[in-house]
Design a protein around this ligand. Structure first.
Ligand SMILES: NC(=O)c1ccc[n+]([C@@H]2O[C@H](COP(=O)([O-])OP(=O)(O)OC[C@H]3O[C@@H](n4cnc5c(N)ncnc54)[C@H](O)[C@@H]3O)[C@@H](O)[C@H]2O)c1
Length: 353
């Protein structure tokens, strides 16, 4: 039998990606910057996502998010589950994802891969790019409300973007989450000084140079008074800060303001309540990456960054990871088909009529 109709793809588990060196926030930031510029130039197809919500109260859902990178000739889809009750109910992660990549010459699959790593790295990478432009480049302290998966990845991204960080303070709903954050992050950054705030957000956040909120709460946890001049704030979750936080920031930047304003984040709430207008937004991040809008202009500015997530960036990061894994010889080639359906010699034995 000829191999002409054989279709195979590379199966990449999270561990394959990690072994290949894909937990590299610079790789992710470069891919994200290229993708944002390509999207603006019309080189990315980005249709509407498909959303299936299983519980309106808890927002348990599975979303299907496709995108095509035309210059790379790659089409991908992220299949992502978000089950917010998971950590408290089952002690397991909230978000899990898989990604399929296909080439667009014959349309055959290239890879079936873990998407959780990529998805969390995308959130970190966008925050990292924003920090490169809006955090003080002598920032020495970072502080978190929320100590979950996004918070951990954000620390890696912020260290990549602002290497001068020396101290990391963390507050969460429970002390054991803070302890787990410190336990898991200390081996990655032995040079950092960690401080658990004993669930006191003010103790963590007050006066830090970089603030991150990454919580599953829907409450105004971060107070404006805790944010000194010159601070960079990365907002990851839903409603996490009082309106006065954004109101006192000289620069508000989003991944895509048109998308953010129709969601349920603090900025979206402010927009719906008339507390924030289009002209209050300094820029979408791509305008800063392209050099069309300014980054930080002095040491006193407070900057606010909010991203809702652009799935074409996930596909771009996944593709960069796939190429790195391929080069590193990681993963397993799996067959999808050996030949076309009616060319299988045993088909008469296999058919059920
Ligand atoms: N912006 C994006 O693109 C994007 C992408 C993925 C996830 N998210 C959002 O990021 C948030 C965090 O996600 P995760 O995967 O890290 O979740 P997680 O469940 O791993 O962590 C949530 C954290 O929030 C903390 N928390 C909850 N209520 C709190 C309170 N009242 N006070 C202090 N801390 C509180 C918990 O202690 C925990 O540490 C979620 O809201 C998620 O929807 C955003």
């Amino acid at each position: 039998m000829s191999d002409k109709h054989r279709i195979e793809c590379l199966y990449l588990s999270q561990e394959d990606l990690l072994r290949a060196g894909c937990l590299d926030l610079r790789l992710a930031m470069d891919a994200a910057e290229r993708a944002m510029l390509a999207y603006r130039d019309g080189k990315i197809l980005f249709p509407e996502k498909v959303v299936q919500i299983f519980d309106d109260a808890t927002q348990e859902r599975i979303n299907c998010l496709p995108a095509t990178l035309l210059p790379e000739k790659v089409c991908g889809v992220k299949w992502v589950s978000v089950f917010p009750p998971n950590p408290e109910k089952y002690g397991v992660q909230n978000l899990s994802a898989v990604i399929v990549l296909s080439e667009i010459e014959k349309g055959f699959p290239l890879a079936f891969m873990d998407g959780t790593l990529c998805s969390n790295m995308r959130v970190g990478a966008m925050g990292g790019i924003a920090a490169k432009h809006f955090a003080r480049q002598d920032s020495s302290s970072i502080a978190f409300i929320g100590a979950g998966e996004q918070a951990k990845m954000h620390l890696i991204a912020m260290k990549a973007a602002v290497p001068t960080i020396e101290e990391c303070r963390v507050s969460a709903k429970y002390e054991h989450e803070e302890a787990q954050f410190v336990d898991e992050m200390t081996p990655l950054f032995p040079e950092l000084r960690f401080l658990s705030a004993g669930t006191d957000p003010e103790k963590a956040m007050s006066g830090a140079d970089i603030l991150v909120t990454a919580t599953s709460a829907q409450a105004p946890l971060l107070k404006a008074a805790w944010m000194k001049p010159g601070t960079f704030y990365s907002h990851i979750g839903g409603w996490e800060d009082e309106y006065a936080v954004a109101e006192q920031c000289e620069k508000i930047v989003c991944d895509d303001w048109e998308t953010v304003k129709h969601r349920t984040q603090t900025l979206s709430r402010m927009y719906k309540d008339g507390a924030l207008k289009d002209e209050d937004i300094h820029a979408d991040l791509v305008e800063v990456v392209a050099g069309e809008k300014s980054g930080r202009q002095n040491d006193e500015e407070r900057a606010y960054f909010n991203a809702v997530g652009l799935a074409y960036v996930d596909v771009a990061i996944a593709h960069a990871m796939y190429l790195r894994a391929l080069e590193a010889g990681q993963g397993q080639t799996v067959g999808i088909q050996e030949t076309m359906i009616f060319q299988h010699e045993q088909l008469a034995d296999w058919i059920r009529i």
